[in-house]
Design a protein. Structure first.
Length: 219
């Protein structure tokens, strides 16, 4: 069964996570797209970085949202617009990291940065982001992130405004995949990928997209 293969924060096995070089590398080795994370600058501009703080992945320090856009760019943090331009013809799964309370307009910002027709998947643990996205654009592709298998997957999707579940791969089973569309994260082992494909997942997110391209039939 075919499924999408997305590089988790690009190609972090070989490049810095959430970097333009990592995104390009994932696409070059055949990934269908990438998953990336977005935080906001002090002005509310979307930047591609996982953590709320700068220390782990840059030479800077402090909170991302306490820094100006120019400061983040000087530290090598890509603006979301740069990443979307690079990935124009590929699937981009954008995880909205801040809570909805902290960034209620974030889903709209992301959608407005995307080119017409660009395949964007909006990921969030906070379902309010997804409900806001659907209110702004009923056709938005929304994905609810979860670490556990929901007791009632269909009702969970309806209540969250999501079209798809993105589930930590260890919690996925074939029955779940029969009930609702499921994306598996973060899958790095070839045998694990094969089992998940047999269960019926619609996409896999991996730190090793180049290695798993040999295992995952092209989506």
């Amino acid at each position: 069964m075919s499924a999408l293969l997305l590089g988790h924060r690009g190609d972090p096995a070989n490049h810095a996570e959430n970097s333009l070089a990592g995104f390009a590398a994932a696409i070059a080795c055949g990934a269908d797209g990438v998953e990336l994370d977005v935080q906001l600058s002090i002005e509310g501009e979307p930047f591609v970085i996982h953590d709320a703080t700068l220390g782990r992945t840059t030479r800077g320090g402090g909170r991302v949202d306490a820094h100006a856009a120019t400061e983040l760019q000087a530290l090598g943090v890509p603006h979301l617009g740069e990443a979307l331009a690079l990935l124009l013809d590929h699937v981009v799964a954008v995880e909205l990291k801040p809570s909805f309370d902290a960034a209620p307009e974030m889903s709209r910002q992301v959608m407005e940065l995307a080119a017409p027709g660009q395949p964007i998947l909006l990921f969030a643990f906070d379902a309010r982001h997804l409900l806001a996205a659907r209110a702004h654009n009923p056709d938005a592709s929304t994905v609810l992130l979860t670490t556990e298998r929901p007791r009632d997957p269909h009702d969970t999707l309806v209540a969250s405004g999501a079209a798809t579940l993105a589930v930590q791969w260890q919690a996925i089973d074939a029955a779940l995949c029969r009930e609702v569309p499921v994306i598996a994260w973060t899958v790095d082992g070839e045998d694990d990928a094969r089992r998940l494909l047999d269960m019926g997942v619609v996409a896999l997110i991996s730190n090793r997209p180049c290695a798993l391209r040999e295992v995952v039939p092209s989506g």
